[in-house]
Write a protein that binds this ligand. Structure first.
Ligand SMILES: O=C(CO)COP(=O)(O)O
Length: 250
């Protein structure tokens, strides 16, 4: 089973309209017409339309960083899947550790969002990962398993193959402390095995599992060479054309 490598840039809460457009343009130019990997830019919601305008007609795709799991209605400040596809999104990041920690998002919330994303034709990138304390007390597998089981609650086999999982150890996010390729591969293999039990080994073999946490041009190729690492979800290094292009080309 070949899984196409997926490199996504999570811009988090950064950029302004001019810098967002110029970053997107730089990446479009660096990626060219037929990149070997799939490339997704996830700007803040305020700049989704501007970035989608720049990437239109190119292989670079656009993703949102969150959604609200409801149809149109009285939900002040929120955006639903239909609005995201309407402004050009194909992907949506769900359950990022920053949202879990800062906004109190739970696995149950993530599961609702996952179903809303799929119903709205968005590809969900579901984030999971342990804290440093959990790693040090050997809880990594238990934490990741319960996040995946909870976040994927109610997902059927037919739709499971199309989702993306991002393993992002919390201690590696924005810290410069990247997981070693062995540490990352061990968790990715564990996740694939778990997905095989939850669905079928064939479905698990189709699900792309990205690694995230201090990915840079200098460490991307060894991570991406691991058999169960199918891409990267990049934060800081996605904010500079040179760094992000370096990861894409690694
Ligand atoms: O959280 C991340 C991507 O979603 C990773 O962030 P950094 O690449 O800045 O560590």
């Amino acid at each position: 089973m070949t899984r196409r490598t997926l490199i996504a840039g999570n811009w988090k809460m950064n950029m302004r309209s001019a810098s967002a457009r110029s970053l997107a343009k730089g990446i479009v130019d660096a990626v060219g017409k037929s990149p070997a990997v799939e490339v997704v830019l996830c700007p803040p919601a305020a700049y989704l339309a501007a970035v989608a305008d720049v990437t239109a007609g190119t292989p670079v795709e656009v993703g949102a960083q969150n959604l609200y799991a409801a149809d149109d209605g009285a939900f002040t400040g929120e955006l639903n899947a239909s609005m995201l596809t309407d402004v050009g999104c194909r992907f949506v990041i769900l359950g990022h550790s920053e949202r879990r920690q800062l906004m109190g998002e739970t696995d149950a919330d993530v599961s609702k969002k996952l179903h809303a994303a799929l119903a709205g034709n968005l590809v969900p990138i579901v984030c999971v990962g342990e804290t440093l304390q959990q790693r040090e007390t050997n809880e990594t597998e238990a934490v990741v398993e319960s996040q995946i089981r909870g976040s994927l609650e109610g997902l059927d086999e037919a739709r499971a193959a199309g989702i993306v999982i991002a393993y992002e150890p919390v201690w590696a996010i924005g810290t410069g402390k990247v997981a070693t390729k062995e540490q990352a591969e061990a968790v990715h293999a564990f996740i694939r095995d778990l997905l095989g039990k939850m669905f079928t080994p064939d479905v698990a073999a189709q699900i792309r599992i990205q690694y995230g946490g201090s990915v840079k041009p200098s460490n991307a190729s060894e991570l991406l060479a691991q058999p169960n690492i199918d891409g990267a979800l990049v934060g800081g290094a996605s904010l500079k054309v040179e760094d992000f292009a370096g990861i894409i080309n690694s």
